[in-house]
Write a protein that binds this ligand. Structure first.
Ligand code: HPA
Length: 262
């Protein structure tokens, strides 16, 4: 893929409901490997509008890798090696905040990590130094502003804030677990937000989450969570997600690379 020095291919990691990105003009495919193993799928090269994009299906294509078994390190490493410096992680989430019901779009600003046992850093093994990245603001401010601007311009209903509670899965939560997350300040719950965001930060990439609420979190509605409900919300909400992506791409591609932190 040809890239000028100040314009990078934008990486899009598609989650549940976004295994392929319609609207992407596909120009090629890269089947790659990394020191951390193979990523979830081939990197699909293409253009969204005129912006070079590398699309990666987080759960594989077809969708088959559960959240706790996604090789997040391989995914982020592969995108970085391919020249990506800005990543949009598209995530299906459950809504906890009362304003964040099914089919609502959220551009969260914070994370609480409840996952466990996932390989979650590039900085381990036989190292010379111990590295602690800053993670005060897990989502890149400029990339968030770009998505927020596009969502407004496209007239897509969305929230420009939210704390993403990342749970281990693959099961959904109990009512008490969601109450606890709510007490902790979580507005959303999902299984794939971490360690993806932290790994991107470790490589000095700009990372932003575009969340689509696909169900009320456990106990937040009068019924249990069904796949039918989730599919309906994806059907309703994914077109808004795609419009935001399309409208944001050129600006995201213009963002300068962050200085490599370490
Ligand atoms: N909980 C956790 N992850 C999710 C949910 C949920 O309710 N919906 C979509 N991903």
């Amino acid at each position: 893929m040809s890239m000028t020095t100040n314009s990078h291919a934008v990486g899009i990691i598609g989650g549940t409901g976004l295994t392929t990105l319609s609207g992407l003009e596909i120009t090629g495919e890269q089947t790659v490997n990394t020191p951390w193993g193979p990523p979830s799928a081939a990197l699909v090269e293409g253009r969204l509008g005129s912006q070079p994009v590398l699309f990666l299906s987080r759960h594989g294509n077809p969708h088959r890798i559960p959240p706790h078994q996604v090789n997040y390190r391989a995914n982020i490493h592969a995108l970085h090696e391919a020249g990506v410096r800005t990543v949009v992680g598209v995530n299906a989430v459950g809504g906890i905040h009362q304003g964040m019901g099914p089919a609502h779009v959220v551009i969260p600003d914070q994370i609480i990590d409840y996952t466990w046992g996932r390989p979650s850093t590039f900085f381990e093994g036989d190292l010379d130094t111990v590295t602690h990245i800053d993670f005060t603001w897990p989502y890149d401010r400029t990339a968030r502003d770009t998505l927020i601007h596009s969502a407004r311009a496209q007239g897509v209903p969305f929230s420009d804030f939210g704390v993403y509670g990342a749970t281990q899965g693959p099961r959904l939560e109990t009512v008490a677990e969601i109450r606890r997350l709510e007490r902790d300040g979580c507005d959303l719950v999902g299984m794939t937000g971490m360690p993806e965001a932290a790994l991107a930060a470790e490589l000095g990439m700009r990372y932003v989450c575009l969340g689509l609420v696909v169900n009320w979190a456990a106990g937040k509605s009068d019924h249990i969570i069904t796949m039918a409900e989730i599919e309906e919300a994806i059907e309703q909400g994914m077109s808004g997600v795609k419009r935001i992506l399309e409208a944001s791409m050129a600006s995201l591609g213009e963002l300068t690379a962050l200085p490599q932190p370490y």
